[in-house]
Design a protein around this ligand. Structure first.
Ligand code: CDP
Length: 219
């Protein structure tokens, strides 16, 4: 089975690129961030204390999180839109910092990689979840571009002040992800850095898909 890992900070364009690469190669696509978001939603809805690591780990083991393409189901309920809301976005890094939560998530993610060819998008795929991935990409973009993309995606205001605030909240989450002890957000040593600032999606997808085909041919 072949795995393409695409890691990077918030707003770098991971979802768009990962989906398009998967379509191009006929691979499945897994948004691992959506799994953490679904768990954060479950925690908020059940009133689980976000500072209680044991309760969050137990919650991970008791809920059913199912992802097929862009559809995210939590215990059978379609939560694809709910998990993008501001409450979940504010809570997700806390949930994702819990070691027991990450272990359970990583096991689910590896099971998907074992089941077939997969493009996986996240923060720690190349560095921790599947270090043997065939292709590892670290996708970045300038902080201004990341804020602009996220604002457009969420239908938020794009004036200078709003973008500055959004940029600050994105950086705060990236910092929390990078500073946690359990599998922190870090570039894998052997990942190829792709800066998407000012580049169109087609160009980046071409770059990643041809790198993948070269590696897969060699195998
Ligand atoms: O908003 P954005 O698309 O950047 O983030 P996401 O991919 O939806 O991920 C949301 C959050 O989940 C991140 O801020 C991390 O806290 C966590 N996450 C993680 O810890 N490990 C992953 N492999 C993916 C996401």
């Amino acid at each position: 089975m072949s795995v393409i890992a695409i890691d990077g900070p918030a707003g770098a364009g991971k979802s768009t690129i990962a989906r398009a690469v998967a379509d191009r190669l006929g691979f499945e696509y897994l948004d691992t961030g959506a799994m953490y978001r679904a768990l954060a939603l479950a925690a908020l809805e059940s009133g689980t204390d976000l500072a209680n690591a044991a309760a969050l780990t137990a919650l991970t083991e008791s809920v059913d999180i199912d992802l097929r393409g862009d559809v995210v189901k939590l215990d059978g309920r379609d939560v694809s839109e709910l998990i993008r809301g501001p409450g979940v976005t504010a809570a997700v890094s806390k949930v994702a910092a819990v070691d027991g939560v990450r272990r359970a998530m990583a096991a689910m993610q590896r099971a998907r990689a074992d089941a077939g060819n997969l493009v996986m998008e996240g923060r720690d795929i190349g560095s921790a979840v599947v270090p043997t991935a065939d292709v590892k990409i670290f996708l970045t973009a300038s902080k201004e571009e990341r804020a602009r993309r996220r604002a457009r995606q969420m239908g938020l205001a794009t004036d200078e002040q709003s973008l500055k605030e959004l940029s600050r909240s994105i950086e705060k989450r990236d910092r929390a992800d990078a500073e946690r002890k359990a599998s922190p957000f870090v570039k894998a040593n052997d990942a190829v850095v792709v800066d998407s600032t000012g580049k169109d999606v087609e160009t980046i997808v071409d770059e990643i898909a041809s790198a993948a085909l070269r590696v897969i041919d060699e195998h």
